[in-house]
Design a protein around this ligand. Structure first.
Ligand SMILES: NC(=O)c1ccc[n+]([C@@H]2O[C@H](COP(=O)([O-])OP(=O)(O)OC[C@H]3O[C@@H](n4cnc5c(N)ncnc54)[C@H](OP(=O)(O)O)[C@@H]3O)[C@@H](O)[C@H]2O)c1
Length: 319
């Protein structure tokens, strides 16, 4: 990745143009850069990376009704229009929301992609209810730290996995049961769970089946993709078969244990970001920012996230 000059992005009728003040790094950025998402997200190069934005609206399209120049906003742009590692971006107004008033631009930029992911897993897909038990893997990561707080707000009992250094951090976020993976094996400790949010590898995925009770839901954001996702993604026949095959083993194991397996790839939503903003403004959810990098050090910011050791989010100041 290198810095360069490009023309201003095109503004469509329902678009807002945002001057980006801050953005944040997601493991997705490095995966796209490395070509890992070629089949699902067929981007053309040169490409501006970046999936989170906080900034100020400077122009609006002729059919925009919700925003005006000067509004402070935050967003995760649609997957076809990413590119927040930049000074300006245009996005459909449906993907944008007013930034939480109590957050700085840096804090606001740390929220969209991970909070939408946590929301779509726990609220939409799992329909998590008060009194249920949920296991959230990697509680100190970008997704995990928001998911813990959201699950507690929904009234669930929350277990999470993390390493020794981050035990206090996840407890402070509200986790009821903390499994230090350096000392304990979560599958030996946790039983009768309703939902597992998996963001780790195959080994963790398969072990997670065994902590669920019959009827429980294993929802993975780190793969493997399943046939339902292939359909949703309008993948061609060949890709659908590939995803069927990739997830065959875990779906078969899940069925045997009378639990369900599904893969989720988050989607942008201004409406959900509005609801998340009000949870932030009322103190239900707070961001955790590990490090802030200047724009010129975007490559270093990505490298830091790639170590897999970030505590919360890594942010880049653009303006
Ligand atoms: N499908 C989707 O829509 C979607 C959306 C968002 C993210 N994702 C994917 O989900 C994964 C996580 O994303 P993220 O943004 O949360 O990543 P992240 O912030 O980079 O995660 C870093 C954290 O993971 C923890 N961790 C690493 N190995 C662990 C293990 N074995 N057990 C428990 N914790 C562990 C680390 O804690 P320790 O230092 O204590 O180990 C660290 O705090 C990535 O693969 C990402 O691509 C998918």
């Amino acid at each position: 990745m290198r810095i360069g000059e490009v023309p201003e992005p095109e503004l469509r009728e329902t678009d807002v143009m945002v001057q980006i003040h801050a953005t944040s790094v997601n493991p997705l950025d490095a995966k796209i850069r490395d070509g890992e998402f070629k089949l699902i997200l067929p981007y053309r190069l040169p490409l501006i990376l970046g999936n989170d934005a906080a900034g100020i609206v400077i122009r609006v399209g002729s059919k925009v009704s919700r925003f005006k120049p000067g509004d402070e906003v935050y967003a995760r742009p649609s997957k076809d229009r990413i590119g927040t590692f930049a000074e300006f971006i245009t996005m459909d107004e449906a993907d944008v929301a007013m930034k939480p008033k109590n957050l700085t631009m840096e804090e606001a930029a740390s929220i969209p992609l991970v909070a939408l992911t946590a929301w779509q897993v726990l609220v939409e897909r799992a329909n998590l209810k008060s009194g249920q038990k949920v296991l959230i893997h990697a509680g100190s990561g970008g997704v995990g730290m928001i998911a813990i707080q959201l699950a507690k707000h929904l009234g669930a009992t929350v277990a999470t996995t993390t390493s020794t250094a981050n035990v206090d951090l996840v407890r402070n976020l509200g986790a009821d049961v903390v499994i230090d993976y350096k000392k304990e094996d979560f599958e030996k400790v946790l039983h009768g769970y309703d939902v597992v949010l998996n963001s780790l590898g195959t080994d963790t995925l398969e072990k997670s089946l065994r902590v669920l009770k019959p009827g429980g839901k294993l929802i993975s954001i780190s793969g493997p993709p399943d046939p339902a996702f292939a359909k949703e993604n309008s993948s061609g026949w060949l890709l659908q078969q590939a995803m069927r095959l990739l997830s065959f083993r875990i779906r078969r194991k899940a069925k045997r244990r009378q639990v369900s397996y599904s893969f989720l790839f988050m989607a942008p939503s201004g409406e959900q970001l509005r609801q998340i903003a009000s949870l932030i403004e009322t103190g239900v959810i707070r961001p955790i920012v590990d490090r802030v990098f200047p724009f010129e050090q975007t490559n270093e910011a990505l490298a830091y996230v790639e170590t897999g050791r970030a505590k919360g989010k890594v942010v880049i100041t653009v303006k």
